[in-house]
Design a protein around this ligand. Structure first.
Ligand SMILES: Cc1cc2nc3c(=O)[nH]c(=O)nc-3n(C[C@H](O)[C@H](O)[C@H](O)COP(=O)(O)OP(=O)(O)OC[C@H]3O[C@@H](n4cnc5c(N)ncnc54)[C@H](O)[C@@H]3O)c2cc1C
Length: 447
């Protein structure tokens, strides 16, 4: 409980919304994605000045502070019990600063679906993620692996500057020429350094894309996965695909879904890239067609009554041995749902040390989701994660944005030692008291 008088005094400085448990908006404001919380207070700032007041207020009243942009953290970091939530959903402008230079400025609380629609009207696009409601803040600060990653790289590869409010309430700008250390850290280092209010990107030119899904029968899984890998090794970088082997579930038989996005409007180039994928496996359905980029982003509807236990890992070279392990682990009763995301291309050409996101030399990202009952016990978690352990020897690191936990082990998997040490020094400079700790936490150097 935060003292009423303190809240009244705070209202004088803060122009945003203050939501307390007795407010009719509390139910929604205390929930982040599928996670219900019970914070003492939710603050919704309207601008960077409000964020500054909110940070100073929060530090005075609670050690537990959640920073929320779109609220899609799989580890429920976007809410808490008894603490403060600083929710950036009112900082959601999407501006084109300079159309010729393709320079855009986006509020951290915007959602990627709105960004794609708005920028599309100006003939622009940013490769972000696959889901409409994911927030700009969390996805960007982790890296951002989207439908045009092989053509344009990660979302952070389009980032040119950010406005951030640090733990002491200062409003700073980070770019290649201002607070350069911070700019490096923000590109992959997550929410460790302050609250980012606005991101400036150099967007890409948008065209229509050829996108949709191919559904294959789950028979001959080893050959299907191997042939998909070989197709992607030879494919144009305009093509990004994700292969998803499903177990039998919700009355459907096991099957394999391939989600495809060819980033370009050249019909014959798209056909050349996609046709080989129609010759592998037994194709049951093909929905690929030309559409605006904004239509590729979809909404995710997690099935009710189950919990996803999510792990992920980058793979440098997708060997036959790993294909064999994956084929043996998938498409059976009770087996995990895997996303095998083709990456590489433009993303690989950025030097690993150029950003805090360091896993630049990877061919695929595996996102492994074990399906456990609600309120899963440790033994449920171990059971549904069993086949993940067999894939671990092939994994070279992890993506900070695809975990259902936020442990020190996850942090160590996400950041190579040299990256972590560099992040820790920057953390010490900008957040020496570790105020921003409800995240994939980097401890200030020396602590
Ligand atoms: C259905 C679904 C689909 C997804 N698809 C993709 C995908 O295609 N590609 C991909 O790369 N990722 C994807 N993700 C992962 C996603 O990038 C992360 O969950 C990300 O953290 C979500 O951002 P958010 O702003 O919605 O989340 P939030 O829960 O609001 O933020 C997550 C964390 O990021 C930090 N943070 C957020 N905003 C700020 C800020 N403004 N300043 C400082 N710190 C901040 C905080 O530590 C916060 O706890 C997906 C997740 C889901 C649930």
């Amino acid at each position: 409980m935060i003292d009423k008088h303190a809240i009244e005094a705070f209202r004088k400085d803060f122009s945003g919304e203050i939501i307390l448990p007795d407010d009719s908006r509390y139910e929604q404001a205390s929930t982040a994605y599928i996670f219900k919380g019970s914070p003492a207070i939710v603050l919704q700032p309207r601008h960077s000045g409000d964020v500054s007041f909110a940070i100073l207020f929060a530090q005075k009243h609670s050690p537990v502070i959640s920073i929320r942009s779109g609220g899609h953290s799989g580890a429920a970091l976007g809410t808490n019990n008894g603490g403060v939530v600083i929710d950036l959903s009112l900082i959601n402008t999407i501006e084109v600063l300079d159309k010729t230079k393709r320079l855009v400025r986006i509020g951290a609380g915007s959602r990627w679906g709105s960004v794609a629609l708005t920028l599309g009207e100006h003939g622009l696009a940013i490769s972000s993620g696959d889901t409409v409601s994911v927030g700009v803040g969390g996805l960007t600060l982790g890296g951002g692996i989207g439908w045009m990653v092989r053509k344009y790289g990660l979302a952070i590869d389009a980032l040119v500057a950010a406005e951030i409010v640090t733990a002491d309430g200062r409003i700073l700008r980070a770019s290649k020429s201002e607070n350069e250390d911070l700019f490096w850290a923000l590109r992959g280092g997550g929410g460790n350094f302050g609250i980012v209010t606005h991101f400036e990107f150099k967007a890409n030119p948008a065209t229509t894309v050829h996108a949709g899904m191919i559904i294959y029968s789950a028979d001959g899984l080893f050959d299907l996965i191997k042939q998909w890998r070989d197709c992607m090794r030879n494919a144009s970088e305009d093509l990004t695909t994700t292969l998803v082997p499903f177990p039998p579930m919700m009355g459907n038989p096991a099957m394999v879904m391939l989600m495809c996005c060819f980033a370009g409007n050249d019909d014959s180039a798209a056909k050349k890239a996609i046709d080989p994928l129609l010759k592998i496996g037994t194709v049951l359905q093909n929905t690929i067609k030309e559409k605006p980029y904004a239509e590729v982003l979809e909404e995710a509807h997690p099935p009710a009554g189950v919990t996803f236990v999510v792990n992920n890992g980058f793979v440098r070279s997708f060997s036959d041995d790993l294909v064999q392990i994956i084929a043996g682990a998938c498409c059976k009763e009770g087996s995990p749902v895997l996303q095998l995301r083709s990456i590489g291309g433009a993303m690989n050409r950025v030097p690993a040390e150029a950003t805090a996101f360091a896993h630049r030399d990877s061919e695929i990202l595996i996102v492994y989701a074990g399906l456990a009952p609600m309120n899963a016990t440790q033994s449920d978690i171990d059971r549904v994660s069993a086949s993940w352990k067999t894939m671990l020897p092939f994994i070279t690191g992890s993506y900070v944005n695809f975990f259902s936990t936020a442990t020190a082990k996850d942090v160590a998997a996400a950041y190579p030692v040299a990256t972590y040490e560099r992040l820790a020094k920057i953390k010490k400079k900008y957040d020496p008291q570790n105020v921003f700790n409800r995240n994939y936490n980097v401890k200030p150097a020396g602590n």
